[in-house]
Design a protein around this ligand. Sequence first.
Ligand code: FMN
Length: 200
Amino acid sequence: MAERSINIVAIKGSVRPNNYTEMALALVLDEFSNHSGVKVELFDPAVMHLYPPGLGGDNPDPARMREAVIEATGIVLATPEYHGSFSSIMKLAIENLGFPSVMSGKPVSLLGVAAGAIGAIKSLESLRGVCSHVGAIVLPGPVSVANCREVFNEDGTCNDERTEKRIRGVATNMMHYIEDNICPRVSLEAMVRGEDLPEC
Ligand SMILES: Cc1cc2nc3c(=O)[nH]c(=O)nc-3n(C[C@H](O)[C@H](O)[C@H](O)COP(=O)(O)O)c2cc1C
């Protein structure tokens, strides 16, 4: 039986040095690494050239990210809560995914990180709205991290077991969705074509 191949694209929505969104996202990526046959590609706008639509000329970064999303089995968006919404850099990344968006039809898991006690509820709700608008399948159970400066240590480790488990759930939730909804379809299509049955 062929090895399964699941491609995950993760996009980080904070470009602040030592940002907490990256610390939380690192746990999600680590959780994906516990699953066989899963490749994760991280897009970090801090080291990319992203411009508003109409600017940027021939810069290849947006095309590269769009290609990765087209090939992706699933997408993880991680955003900080800024002024009661998701970050402008996350919106810029989404705008660089085209119109119509290559996110259309893709399962998307959301992670929000906030310094405040109420967490990133508002940013997750507005990010969900945008993702749904462009046709993505937003998975239930977005994860909001509250009081991020208390639950993460300076070295990026999480000191709260329950919070860490919830954050890792972003990856397991996506894996369950893919294994339940996408892998069976891929296997069926391979069977119809008379090919070896891949796991996914
Ligand atoms: C411009 C700006 C606006 C912010 N607005 C909020 C907010 O509305 N609610 C909140 O809980 N934290 C707010 N914060 C704090 C962030 O949630 C905090 O920086 C947290 O660490 C997540 O962002 P980071 O990933 O960039 O570190 C804000 C931070 C910045 C820089």
